[in-house]
Design a protein around this ligand. Structure first.
Ligand code: PLP
Length: 514
């Protein structure tokens, strides 16, 4: 046994080394179980505060943080990270979530001191380069969508939806149409659409999908009324299909005095190929963390800029960048109809840099090719698996994602959930399950343009082998899965309802025997 500089024993059993579990799959204790609250990982001189400037609210008890050495702390987090699947460690085929490779060039650019070492309260004359970067990103988003204005600041798709719908609400009020209190939402929509409309006080009226998974313009027309403020439509939709009547739908909506909010989270399927402004959209969020390869899903914060049509442009929120007499300026105070801030400061600057880097490194033609490759990859998966998996909407070629349902599992006793868990044992992150809701037992697979044919083939081989095994009656393999992951099936409901967020000192526990 050795001692560290604080005289604390290290390397005792699992404590300190953390190397329990089996082979290289660690079973990681908490920081408080590795360290202890009696020692510190750093040596700080004792400070005696001469005068209390906290009005008597200063801490009276010990801080009780776990003391750890630098390698102990680092190993803890590295070991935890190895318990997670990530886009850097394997294919991550979550449909709708668009888990693309995060190019290292993006990271390099985001770390340039001119972007990473600046502060939002710095005088604008000292951050002209950063403002120019925001300006260029806006230019690319406006050009790709053919729209009139863009709000960069929303911090996720759902946040962007909220802003877009706030702009629509303000525009209806400005037209003297504040009584319009209904928002149409097709029943294939992402859950954030009805949630956003309801959050703003709208009544949500759903529009049924056709048998083929698309929205019928006639169904939209019959749902439209003088009470309708807007429709929220996803295109390509959540079944991975391009809405064939989207232009007719836009026209019908506008003729009825309503606005067209487009959920643009799936813009990665059409960027550089279709400009949503040409389809008649009024507002659309673009998830930089999906379409433009910025990290997400635990890897980084989201960013959901919203583009706005001519009619909604006056309502774009502050802050925004504009050319002034002395170069670029940041408009921070509301002018005219502009909405107020939806976020502190200017939004996710680091993600702006990464997204613009992705755009510039691809160029306009490269972005179109990325979209086409994403669509090709999804159609390849569909073509390779449709002989064994059931395809709910076989009439159309798919866009960026391949959708299967659970009818091929009928009478096997294996559910979509079991099937997804078995995929973990084969080294793949599961696909999106049970979404879209319009498809029973849905499995939504989105390979993106990141994956090579070799990876797609390996994935399809594994999927086909699993399906064959399920149909052959080997139920046990699926209901027991995952057996090779650091954790088996967790009680996710209990974890959400009764989260244990605080470590309690096991003070009452008797000292462990020698
Ligand atoms: C991801 C997604 C959203 C929400 O985006 P977040 O950034 O997760 O808030 C909305 N709609 C669709 C179709 C999506 O795929």
């Amino acid at each position: 046994m050795s001692m560290n500089t604080q005289g604390r024993p290290t390397g005792v059993g699992t404590v300190g080394t953390g190397a329990s579990g089996s082979a290289l799959i660690p079973d990681e204790p908490l920081l408080f179980e590795i360290g202890d609250t009696e020692h510190s990982g750093v040596d700080l001189p004792d400070v005696t505060l001469s005068n209390d400037r906290l009005g008597g609210f200063g801490r009276k008890t010990k801080l009780d943080l776990a003391g750890l050495t630098e390698p102990e702390a680092m190993r803890h987090y590295v070991r935890l990270s190895r318990m997670n699947h990530s886009i850097d460690s394997g294919m991550y085929p979550l449909g709708s979530c668009t888990m693309k490779h995060n190019p290292r060039l993006n990271e390099k650019m985001a770390r340039l001191p001119g972007f990473s070492d600046i502060h939002p309260l710095q005088p604008v004359s000292t951050v002209q380069g950063a403002l120019e970067m925001m300006n260029q990103l806006s230019h690319w988003l406006l050009t790709l969508t053919n729209t009139a204005a863009v709000a960069l600041s929303p911090k996720a798709g759902a946040h962007g939806e909220l802003l877009g719908m706030m702009a629509i609400k303000s525009a209806q009020e400005a037209r003297g149409q504040a009584h319009r209190n209904v928002v149409l939402v097709p029943d294939s929509a992402h859950g954030t659409n009805p949630a956003t409309a309801a959050f703003l006080g709208y009544l949500v009226k759903s529009v049924p999908a056709r048998e083929d998974g698309t929205v019928d313009v006639e169904a939209v027309k019959s749902a439209l009324s003088p009470d309708v403020a807007a429709i929220m439509l996803t295109n390509p939709n959540t079944c991975g299909l391009f809405e064939p009547q989207v232009i007719e739908i836009a026209k019908a909506v506008h003729d009825a005095g309503a606005f067209f909010y487009c959920d643009g989270a799936n813009f990665n399927a059409i960027m550089g190929v279709v400009r949503p402004g040409d389809l008649g959209i009024d507002a659309m969020h673009i998830n930089l963390h999906k379409t433009f390869s910025t990290p997400h899903g635990g890897g980084g914060p989201g960013a959901g800029p919203v583009v706005l049509s001519e009619a909604l442009a006056p309502f774009a929120p502050v802050p925004f960048v504009r050319k002034g007499a002395n170069g670029l300026e940041m408009v921070e105070h509301m002018e005219g109809d502009a909405l107020g801030r939806v976020t502190a400061f200017h939004g996710q600057m680091g993600m702006y840099v990464r997204a613009l880097t992705y755009m510039l490194s691809h160029g306009g033609d490269g972005l179109a090719q990325a979209a086409e490759d994403a669509v090709l990859n999804a159609n390849y998966i569909k073509a390779r698996l449709q002989h064994i998996f059931s395809v709910p909407f076989p009439d159309y070629p798919t866009m960026h994602e391949a959708l299967f349902d659970d009818s091929f599992l009928k009478e096997t006793g294996v559910s979509t959930l079991d099937f997804a868990k078995a995929l973990i044992d084969e080294g793949f992150h599961p696909m999106t399950m049970y979404f879209p809701l319009v498809v029973h037992g849905a499995m939504l697979i989105e390979p993106t343009e990141s994956e090579s044919k070799q990876t797609l083939d390996r994935f399809c081989d594994v999927m086909a082998e699993l399906a064959t095994d399920a149909i052959a009656g080997n139920k046990q393999r699926f209901t027991a899965a995952p057996t090779k992951a650091p954790r088996r099936r967790l009680d996710e409901t209990r974890a959400a309802r009764q989260p244990v967020l605080k470590w309690e000192k096991p003070a009452d526990l008797p000292q462990a025997a020698e």
